[in-house]
Design a protein around this ligand. Structure first.
Ligand SMILES: NC(=O)c1ccc[n+]([C@@H]2O[C@H](COP(=O)([O-])OP(=O)(O)OC[C@H]3O[C@@H](n4cnc5c(N)ncnc54)[C@H](O)[C@@H]3O)[C@@H](O)[C@H]2O)c1
Length: 257
């Protein structure tokens, strides 16, 4: 018998930040294919319009242009999504930034800028989304962390620290709300080919590092991150809570040489 495809997120509303980036576009396409209505969040309205059009547009996809480091606007976002769609079931904290700079050249302002986007914005947005999810009796948060929150990389002190913090935020949310219909999990990608990492693939040193360190010998494409996000957004993962799923081709399983 042919396996039947189920639209696992029918009637669900998902808010995805960083929706115009490489991984964000793959996540939104995958959640949309699973039947979710989508709130796309990113910095630039034109880029959002183009991302929405690529998803088929229509009334099931809404765009919200804002800077997630603006606490007031970020806090107001879940309410705006509920006003638009009537509910909010899934929050994917995907927007992120990364500075590659030796620690001695990293200013306190640089440090804060990275932590504001990669760690504080997911906290502010989760905090604002939770009351509505609790009222609904069910809600799922998926944080896009990084293997860099688990293993250290030189010249990325703020990024590694922010992603480590995001994995711990994930666990604390589960501990506080896991008994009340809330799931919070993280996905920790390895190296993924997106605008954030495009410069890697021009450097032979980085390409050979990926081949050496990831047992699978290759980097990922954004779709390979989106499918695990779909799993953690739907009911198939209902006994998975407070965990980080490493999607890194085995990089963090051991030590490369
Ligand atoms: N690409 C990788 O190799 C990789 C590896 C591990 C983790 N990640 C994580 O995956 C996530 C997505 O990364 P990507 O590779 O798709 O990057 P990307 O640069 O392609 O996309 C990031 C998106 O976030 C948006 N964004 C940044 N700051 C924002 C702000 N202040 N307000 C609103 N939107 C903002 C950007 O406009 C962009 O569209 C990030 O959290 C990143 O840290 C990426």
């Amino acid at each position: 018998m042919e396996p039947t495809m189920t639209a696992t997120l029918t009637d669900h509303v998902a808010l995805v930040t960083g929706a115009c980036g490489g991984i964000g576009r793959a996540i939104t396409a995958t959640l949309r294919s699973a039947g979710a209505r989508l709130a796309l969040v990113d910095l630039d309205e034109d880029a959002l319009e183009s991302a929405a059009a690529d998803l088929g547009g229509g009334s099931d996809v809404a765009t919200f242009a804002l800077d997630l480091t603006d606490d007031d606007q970020t806090e107001a976002l879940p309410g705006r999504v509920r006003d638009r769609f009537g509910r909010l079931d899934v929050l994917v904290n995907n927007a992120g930034t990364r500075q590659v700079k030796p620690l001695l050249e990293l200013s306190p302002a640089d440090w804060r800028a990275t932590l504001d986007i990669d760690l504080t914005a997911p906290f502010v947005l989760s905090r604002a989304a939770l009351p509505g999810m609790l009222e609904q009796g069910r809600g799922k948060i998926v944080n896009i962390a990084s293997m860099a929150g688990h293993v250290a990389f030189a010249d990325r002190a703020a990024y590694c620290t922010a992603k480590a913090g995001l994995m711990m935020l994930t666990r604390t949310i589960t501990f506080e709300f896991g008994g009340r219909g809330i799931w919070c999990n993280a996905v920790a990608p390895g190296v993924v080919e997106t605008p954030m990492t495009s410069e890697y693939f021009r450097s032979e040193a980085m390409v050979s590092s990926v081949r050496r360190n990831a047992p699978m010998g290759r980097w990922a494409q954004p779709d390979e991150i989106a499918e695990p996000v779909l799993f953690l957004s739907g009911a198939d993962s209902d006994y998975v809570n407070g965990t980080t799923l490493f999607v890194d081709g085995g990089w963090t399983a051991g030590k490369g040489y």
